[in-house]
Design a protein. Structure first.
Length: 132
């Protein structure tokens, strides 16, 4: 099956812990470079070269040992949608706080930019089907 387009994947902030963010960040770099084979090996190499935490390397080992490749494409899509929804909701909350600050501070340019980002993220959130 084809791999998901990296542009459709959730932002790094969708992951709550640093080890997962490190793995995901490197995975995205590899995907954007066009790497589609031996991804686990290259992830491991980059983690070690980049001096990432042992926790990130251990997490990669667990993922490989659990044979996550056996997940169906639908399982992957649902997982990505859940991560994306969580990140979008978190970012929308942050934007609401920042909008309030910009409004209080009289920064209309910043306020307008934040408002546009919030509208865009709200549209993206509503495009994702709700999880069951």
């Amino acid at each position: 099956s084809e791999l998901v387009d990296p542009e459709q994947l959730p932002a790094e902030g969708a992951f709550l812990d640093e080890a997962s963010r490190a793995l995901y960040r490197i995975y995205l770099e590899l995907r954007l470079e066009g790497v589609e084979e031996a991804v686990e090996e290259r992830l491991g190499e980059r983690l070690r070269k980049g001096g990432e935490s042992g926790e990130a390397v251990d997490r990669l080992a667990r993922i490989v040992l659990e044979e996550t490749a056996s997940f169906s494409e639908e399982d992957l899509r649902q997982g990505l949608d859940r991560l994306t929804r969580r990140w979008l909701k978190r970012r929308l909350r942050e934007l609401s706080r920042q909008l309030t600050e910009a409004e209080r501070g009289g920064d209309s340019e910043r306020f307008q930019g934040l408002l546009e980002e919030k509208a865009d993220l709200s549209r993206r959130l509503h495009q994702i089907e709700p999880a069951e």
